[in-house]
Design a protein around this ligand. Structure first.
Ligand code: BG6
Ligand code: MG
Length: 215
């Protein structure tokens, strides 16, 4: 049987796949790191893709000599989130590329169910900003999971919300942790951006519309 007979749904990561909030994450973490005097650059930032807010902070603090209590870490994470949300307020529907818009529409027209599978607790706020809050059949995000990527929980929940099995869904990701999560959950993993080149990636995408060749 061909892929297109088996696949009934597509689960999209949000940050870095549907919209480029990944740059805002970088800018907000960079501002915090500079403030507390910890070295941080775009290479380190790559490790934060797909990873939860607190796990991201722990990666940044690997380069700090100071010890931070849980309360101090919570305050730092909150400060980063405040900066990040200010940046998110500048997002508009025009920040969704024509490639993303036309691919979502074509998938929907082909009868596929569409979901978001994001580690972010800001996912609904972002979807609202870009005008896609009612577009997806299901949203699984940082608010309905207890384990972050590379654990498959966020994608398994998304599949459950769509009433589909893992084998029936393609997950689209830009993060290594996300590709691992997809494979850990038994999904077909499509990678875009840096994730198009990972060993575990099943489908390499240059553009999101390349997905249409597989469903
Ligand atoms: C993921 C991003 O989508 O969400 C990570 O790739 C981020 O970089 C994570 O840390 C959590 O996001 P938020 O919005 O809950 O801080
Ligand atoms: Mg991402």
């Amino acid at each position: 049987m061909e892929n297109r007979d088996i696949i009934k749904g597509v689960i999209f990561d949000l940050d870095g796949v549907i919209v480029h909030t990944d740059e805002f994450h970088y800018l907000a973490w960079k501002q915090l790191a500079d403030k507390i005097g910890v070295y941080f650059d775009r290479t380190i930032n790559e490790r934060l893709r797909g990873v939860s807010r607190m796990a991201s902070l722990d990666i940044i603090l690997e380069r700090s000599d100071a010890a931070f209590s849980d309360t101090e870490k919570q305050l730092l994470a909150d400060e980063k989130n405040d900066t990040y949300r200010e940046l998110l307020k500048t997002l508009t529907p025009a920040d969704v590329s024509a490639d993303v818009k036309s691919t979502l529409a074509a998938l929907r027209q082909n009868g596929l169910k569409l979901a978001i599978g994001s580690s972010s607790k800001n996912a609904r706020f972002i979807l609202n900003q870009i005008g896609l809050e009612n577009y997806f059949d299901a949203i699984s995000d940082g608010n309905n999971i207890s384990k972050s990527k590379p654990d498959p929980e966020v994608f398994l929940k998304a599949a459950e919300y769509l009433c589909l099995k893992s084998e029936q869904c393609i997950v689209v990701e830009d993060a290594e942790a996300g590709i691992q999560a997809a494979k850990n959950g038994g999904f077909t993993a499509a990678g875009i951006g840096g994730a198009s080149k990972y060993n575990l990636t099943d489908i390499s995408l240059n553009l999101l519309s390349d997905l249409l060749k597989y469903v």
